[in-house]
Design a protein around this ligand. Sequence first.
Ligand code: F6R
Ligand code: MG
Ligand code: MG
Length: 378
Amino acid sequence: MAKVTLSLIKADVGSVAGHTAPHPKMIEATKSILREGVQKGIVEDFMIARCGDDISLIMTHDKGENNSQVHKLAWDAFMSAAEEAKKMHLYGAGQDLLAEAFSGNVRGLGPGAAEMTFEERKSEPVIALLADKTEPSAFNLPLARIFADPFTTTGLVIDTRMHNGFIFEIVNVKENKKLRISTPEGLHDLLAFIGDITKYAIKRIFSKDSSIGIAAVVSTEKLSFIAGKYVGKDDPVALIRAQSGLPAAGEILQPFAFPALVSGWMRGSHWGPFYPSSQDDSNPTFFDGPPRIVALGFQIRDGKIQGLETDPKPGEHIPVDYFKDSSWDAVRRQAMEVAIYIRRHGPFMPAILPPEELEYTTLPEIQKKFEDKWEEAD
Ligand code: F6R
Ligand code: MG
Ligand code: MG
C-alpha cells in the first residue's frame, strides 16, 4: 500500500452575525479552489467541514506534510473565502490570515494544521475532531483518556497491538519545544505536564506497533503568539486513525461524554464545558458557545476519501456526523447545566481565566488609572 498524507488545515476567515457561522458562499469558494487543486494534481481528494465559525479543509495527497503546494492551495482557498466574506462585510472577514502573502507554509501565518502520513491499512477509518471557542490543549484530557486510560479504552488491555501502549509527543506551546513520553510507563510524567493546559498540548501520538505508525495529530498553533496580540481563538482540530490495533471509534468518542471544562469560551477568556454537536448544530448560540466539539468519520481508500455518499466525487463527501445522534442528548443537557451554572459567576473566577490567559484585558489601563490612588492598608 502507498503512503498517504492527510492534511487538515483550518481557519476562521469570517462569519455571519458575530463569531457564529461561515456563509455558504465562503464554503463554496473553498470548494471551487480545492476542485482546481484536484484537477492540477496537487491533492487527490478533499472534504470541507466546519465547526462554528471555523472552516476545515480535509485533504488527501502524496506530497507529505508541510508541503508548500498543498499549503498554498489551502491558503488560496481561505483567501477566496475571505474575499467572499469581505464582499458581504461579514464579521472578522479574513481574521486568521495574518500575513499579507503566502510564504511556503501556512504554519505561522494564522491557519491551524494537523497533518499525518501513514501507510494505508486494509481499511483505514479516520475521525476528524473539530473544536470551536477553545484552544489546542482542550484535547489533552480526551486524548489521554483515549490512548492511555484502560477504563476508557478496553483495547489497551485486550488488543495485543495496543497492550504495550502509545508514545505521546507533547509541545510547550509557549516555548515551541517538544518532548516524547512513552506510556503506560511514563503516564504519571505525561499527566504532570499535560494537566497544565496553559502551557502544554499533545501534538502527536504514535502506536508502538511499527506496522501502524502515527495514530493522532492535533493542530497546536497559538494564534495570539503568532500575531503578538489577540486576534481570535486558535480553535483546534485533530485527526485520529481508528480500529485494528488503534482505539475503536467508540473508544475515541467516549471521553466526550464528560463535558469537561475547557478554556477559550467568550472573548477567549472563559472556562466552559465541551458541548458535543453535529456540524449543523455547531453554531455557538449561548454566550458565544459553549465550546463546541464535532466528530466526523470517514474512510481513506487508495488516497481517496469515502463517506456515506453512494457515488463519491471530490469534495462531495458526507462524513458520519457522530454527535448528531440522539444518544449524545444526555451529554448536551449536562453540558448546558454546567454552562448555565458557571455563567452565574459572571466576570468572577473561576468562570474567567487567570489574568495572563485572558485574550484581551483592560486591566493595565485600569491599574494605570488608579496607580497614584493606592494608600497603605491598615
Ligand atoms: C471568537 C470568540 C468570541 C469573541 C467575542 C468578541 O472566536 O470567541 O466570543 O471573542 O464575540 O468578539 P469581538 O472582540 O470581535 O467583538
Ligand atoms: Mg472566531
Ligand atoms: Mg472559531
